[in-house]
Design a protein around this ligand. Structure first.
Ligand SMILES: Nc1ncnc2c1ncn2[C@@H]1O[C@H](COP(=O)(O)OP(=O)(O)OP(=O)(O)O)[C@@H](O)[C@H]1O
Ligand SMILES: N[C@@H](CCO)C(=O)O
Length: 319
């Protein structure tokens, strides 16, 4: 469920007066997503998404995210284009929140990703990296390696309530990852959360990349590592090298990887597994029973982490 903030018909009509997108034809809340309130909005001018940013999003960061989407959309990447009001603003107050309207993207996200999805996914990720190169502004990746130890410490002893010994195991694993973390690799704007539910497909081709609210300036190959974790493990948590080979082949059809990037894939993938494990663990511990949000199980990312700590080179990923 992701409609935390209700929008009345009157509030919506007042909000839309600032825009040039006609009159409302249909308006309904979207159940998917957990971070923000999303509504599907149809007007006489077409289909849009209305997003009200909830408490976990820092309003000061919104112009960076929306600017990146605008930049990428201008380079023909299929990502939401923020709609500007007549005065040029793309962020405006609504129902006590800051809100934005973006273009609606057609397609559906793959519930069961296959290798046939992974090749175009890789190519789209590389296109995103290339297209973002001249978006000059920098955003520190708050959920990058510097953020992982503080996050683990905030989980404290509660990690052991999820699985006995988990806290110590993660602390040891984190030491190893941080020791081996590359000093420098090609970097730029990354999506940092390109999971299957953020990628829409239509007739076998990618029709939408959404949810840029974890995007940041970081290693391109780390973004690939996020995707290897999110797309290339089966339901039984076995690694599917056919999928990762397809993903890497798709990526390299647009942006070939350097030798240092390939060599870093094991540690970057372990780091990416750690990132999602830690945020899920934190939420698991801190989301009260009965909350509206469905908690995501952290343990599948522990299994992925253990896989990555046993890999030694890019060939283990089919490169
Ligand atoms: N531009 C778009 N075009 C079409 N549908 C969209 C668009 N943006 C969002 N949606 C719909 O809204 C849902 C939730 O969006 P999103 O994933 O951005 O939510 P969130 O709560 O911000 O993020 P999270 O996935 O991190 O919980 C998507 O699954 C999709 O159904
Ligand atoms: N994609 C993330 C949620 C948003 O960071 C996860 O599955 O844990």
């Amino acid at each position: 469920m992701a409609v935390y903030t209700e929008v009345t018909d009157d509030a919506l009509a007042g909000f839309l007066e600032a825009y040039d997108i006609g009159r409302v034809v249909a308006f309904r809340g979207i159940a998917e997503g957990v971070e923000n309130s999303n509504y599907s909005l149809r007007t006489t001018a077409g289909d849009f998404i209305l997003t009200l940013y909830e408490k976990r999003v820092d309003p000061a960061e919104l112009p960076w995210f929306l600017g990146l989407m605008e930049h990428l959309a201008a380079k023909s990447l299929p990502c939401p284009l923020p709609v500007r009001a007549r005065d040029g603003r793309n962020l405006n107050p609504l129902a006590g929140r800051i809100a934005a309207i973006t273009t609606f993207l057609p397609g559906i996200w793959p519930r069961r990703p296959t290798a046939a999805h992974c090749a175009p996914l890789g190519a789209a990720l590389a296109r995103l990296h290339v297209a973002g190169a001249d978006y000059q502004a920098e955003r520190v990746n708050a959920l990058g390696p510097a953020g992982w130890r503080p996050l683990l410490e905030r989980c404290g002893d509660s990690a052991d309530r999820v699985e006995p010994g988990l806290g110590d195991a993660l602390a040891a694993s984190l030491d190893g990852i941080l020791d081996q973390w590359p000093q420098s690799l090609p970097r730029g704007q990354i999506h940092a959360d390109l999971f299957p539910d953020n990628v829409f497909f239509l007739d076998g081709a990618i029709s939408g990349l959404i949810d840029f609210y974890f995007a940041a300036t970081d290693f391109f190959a780390y973004d690939i590592a996020v995707c290897l974790n999110a797309w290339c493990f089966e339901a039984d948590l076995s690694f599917n090298i056919t999928k990762s080979h397809a993903l890497l082949r798709g990526y390299q059809s647009v942006r070939p990887l350097g030798a240092k990037e390939g060599a870093a894939l094991p540690v970057l993938s372990a780091g990416a597994a750690m990132r999602f494990l830690l945020t899920r663990l934190y939420d698991w511990i801190n989301t009260p029973d009965g909350a509206l949000v469905t908690r995501k199980d952290p343990m599948p990312y522990y299994r992925r982490l253990r896989f990555h700590t046993q890999t030694t080179s890019a060939t283990d990923y089919g490169l």
